[in-house]
Ligand binder design. Sequence first.
Ligand SMILES: [Zn+2]
Length: 547
Amino acid sequence: MVLSSFRLRIIDPMLPRMKYLIGCYWLIMATWVQAQTKPDYQVQGEAWWAHVQTLADDKMEGRNTGSEGYQRAAAYVAGEFERLGLKPAGTRGYFQPVKFRVRQIIETESSLELVKEGTRDRLSFANDANFILPADMAKHIKAPAVFVGHGLVIPELGVDDLAGLNLKGKIAVLISGGPKRIPGPLKAHFSHTKQQWQALRQAGAIGMAVIRNPKSADIPWERSTLARLQPAMSLADSKLDDAAGMEIAIRINPAKADKFFSGTDHTIAELLKLADEDRPLPKFPLAVSIQATASLKKTHVESMNLAAILEGSDANLRNEYVVLSAHLDHLGVGEAINGDRLYNGAMDNASGVASILEMARLLKSSSLAPKRSVLLLAVTGEEKGLQGSKYFAHYPTVPRQALVADINLDMFMPLHSLQRLRVFGLGESTLGDDIRTVCAGEGIVVEPDPEPDRNIFIRSDQYSFIRLGIPSLSFKFGYEPGSPEERLHKDWLKLRYHAPSDDLSQPVDKAAAAQFNHLLLLFTRQIAESPERPRWNSDSFFRRFAK
Ligand SMILES: [Zn+2]
């Protein structure tokens, strides 16, 4: 580190030699102390970015689960783990192989129709509605449909959108989201496929059709519909299938949803207005039946999670692990947008993997290893529905009860300077207090999730750990409503999220990313050093999963 010219100028060369030397000594000491405590975010930002550059390079072909590009990215991460001297914690070195069942739609041989009194309306997969492709998707199906509001069943809050409805053998049509009075994490949990489908299946439904409220949808229909051609994947281990028994799953374009409501007294505009005004939604049988033929190409692939351990310094606590997780997979090569078919996934989520590598390097290079061990986990299949993390959480490579917390990094979005940190799961466990303490020390404002209807709490890998009772948090750069930063985030979601333009040419604040890594490093240290392991707050809904 170079002494700043400002400090040199304040030393008067006419001072007696002794005083000058003492002055120099203190100056050097002060600079040294500062160098120890204040990291150089510019330099660290470049080191972080170098990983992003490698992982989001065209050579990695978008790191789709099961692809050769993913394997190349995995080899790079394993190489970095080795270079850092981390202990392998997979089942095969750093690797934990994961097997997947794969389904891809052959649209020319498939159809989706609305049938009413002998008339048929054939829907366009691109414009009206398309299939989500659960593992048990039927080849042919014809069933009546029922609108079930938000389709939520939350016994402890007395919410039951299915009460009094006959769903036996029917398809449940619903609008995403739920009443504002339901706390965000709870709403997120009960909107998850596993919970929501469990309730619908119990009520006799054979499938579901989802209208995403445009107010909370990240991606406009025109872009999200392209994903219908992507291969759908589920774990080959069928007992980990959240959608078991689901014979049909459909996503409906909100702009075309009136086709489904034709012949009833309702319109999509009316229903969305009620939802947006936080008023109760009606429930009613649809006048149309849904008829579908799904011709699928079915295959298998193997992919892998990667796990490495940075061993703790305490003889007892080193047998407990703070997990730092990030998904390595992205969407691969898909439908072209503006002539580009390669979905590089720089922010989603080369950025998160780069951060856990940087955090490992910084932990390794500091003289003191924390007391607990840190488990670095790069998972596969996140974009296919949190599959790799679910597999790891069910088949952990260290004893499950030794996992004390999961800190998950997924698209933390360093688009501008770091002033505010948005924390998902903030009010649920003692981890919330820890992150508040760390942020206070660094002058960063902590904010809870202001948009619970986007379900971010369950949309990344931390959720696989939460479901097994392990306290977890995830993060994004925060911003104030109406600020220029908010504009940056909204534009990013609209233009780059799950698009080929999430690539290396986009503007990123690398120094802010390094500052974020530093913050998360302090947080990891705090958890790893604390005599007590993190625990769920007594009023947290998720506490029930802790055994
Ligand atoms: Zn993603």
